[in-house]
Design a protein around this ligand. Structure first.
Ligand code: AOS
Ligand code: ZN
Ligand code: ZN
Length: 400
């Protein structure tokens, strides 16, 4: 058995032109709601300069893109980003240099949905939830969006409260109707979450249920994996591998968690987990413009400034992608097939421990961007400007 770690003398060469060419293709979609005020159930702290309109949220997202060249799309949430004219909103976004991305539906803020939405026993309420998705699809035609993302708050709090099987059957019927309404270029992505706001059961608790549902719909239906929606200790990269293997990984909602659905900055809690996830994405053919996998953030910034919070997030994703692209896959396969347990592990760890930040900063500068986007943003005066300009009006909250 060869000890690869001891044999190596020279430091790893970081980013090759091939790796940089792959990084050039990185596109991360920002959630509009990350720019609104958010909080815990104890307090929502406001931030000076928080947007008052969907347009201002888009302008802030475009600012993140200007400093990083990593975030060319903004995801919308309906009705939080409701406007009269979505074609005009699209034109506004394009003027700012970004496109409108995933449309997120919302069936969790209306009294009618107290006992469910797409799973509801009452056909009138279930139809209302289906119709909301039809409205979202109409909006997607106007915005040029590809993905309709469905996350459901549906579930129950007590054993016996609902008929688990009946709810699953109604969900499938509702999803079939929504799927039938999609445009040719549209996709439906179904997000799963094992708890909250319902605590005994949720109707789409795990990747298997999401997969079982979308598999009955057709090729345009995929699974959305939110990194904060798993039980502690879950091997998320295994799920990534399996969904890619099945051709059903449609998108990520990236964020970090320490305890529950914390929605903290991606890569902040566990950069190694993010690395492992992105390595499996790359390994499974899920990276790049031709892949079906959309990289989205789903985060809230409760105490930190929102724009730098998003800048840090996309940089974290870029750094872990660069490290994942550094894995010597030929050597890894050879070590795996030789049952060189520690050698194989060492190859992965070599890539993870490579500090790519200086290389990425130099590469950014070579492309006319600031080497340190966080510092450049802080020095730009944008934060002060929006704090002054947006002094009047009502700042938007996460759910508005
Ligand atoms: C909820 O926990 C989910 O992560 C959803 O993606 C949700 O739509 C998003 O947090 C914005 O409401
Ligand atoms: Zn999510
Ligand atoms: Zn969530």
């Amino acid at each position: 058995m060869r000890c690869r770690q001891l044999a190596r003398k020279e430091p790893l060469v970081s980013l090759s032109p091939d790796t940089l060419a792959l990084l050039e293709q990185q596109a991360i979609e920002l959630p509009s709601w990350a720019f609104g005020n958010s909080g815990t159930r104890f307090k929502v702290f406001t931030t000076p300069g928080t947007p008052r309109t969907p347009e201002e949220k888009i302008a802030d997202a475009a600012t993140v893109n200007r400093f990083t060249a990593l975030a060319p799309k903004v995801a919308l949430h309906i009705p939080w980003d409701k406007v009269d004219d979505y074609a005009a909103l699209r034109a506004f976004a394009e003027d700012q240099g970004v496109a409108l991305g995933t449309v997120n539906s919302n069936t969790f803020q209306d009294n009618d949905y107290k006992f469910g939405s797409l799973t509801h026993v009452d056909p009138v309420i279930r139809q209302k939830a289906i119709d909301h998705h039809f409205d979202c699809i109409d909006i997607m035609h106007a915005t040029g969006s590809q993905d309709l993302k469905i996350w459901l708050a549906d579930g129950t709090n007590y054993p016996g409260q609902g008929d688990l099987r009946g709810r699953q059957d109604r969900l499938n019927d509702s999803l079939r109707q929504i799927y039938a309404r999609l445009g040719d270029d549209h996709r439906l992505v179904l997000e799963y979450k094992f708890f909250e706001p319902a605590f005994y059961h949720t109707d789409v608790p795990d990747w298997g249920t999401s997969y079982a549902q979308v598999a009955t719909l057709g090729d345009k239906a995929m699974v959305c994996l939110d990194t904060g929606h798993h039980a502690p200790g879950t091997n998320i990269e295994f799920i990534v591998m399996q969904l890619l293997r099945l051709g059903k990984l449609g998108s990520f909602d990236f964020n970090s968690r320490f305890y529950a659905d914390d929605d903290l900055i991606v890569g902040a809690a566990d950069p190694f987990q993010l690395f492992r996830i992105i390595y499996e994405v790359v390994r499974g053919g899920g990276y790049g413009p031709d892949s079906p996998v959309a990289f989205m953030l789903d985060q809230c910034h409760n105490v930190e400034d929102k724009i730098p919070g998003q800048i840090r997030s996309v940089l974290n994703v870029q750094e872990m992608t660069a490290r994942a692209l550094l894995v010597d896959s030929a050597a890894l396969t050879a070590a795996q097939e030789a049952h060189d347990v520690l050698g194989a592990n060492g190859i992965l760890m070599d890539a993870f421990y490579t500090d790519v930040r200086p290389d990425l900063a130099a590469w950014r500068e070579s492309r006319g961007l600031a080497g340190d986007p966080m510092a450049a943003y802080a020095a730009s005066g944008y934060q002060q400007r929006i704090a002054e300009d947006r002094a009047g009006g009502t700042q938007l909250s996460w759910g508005a």
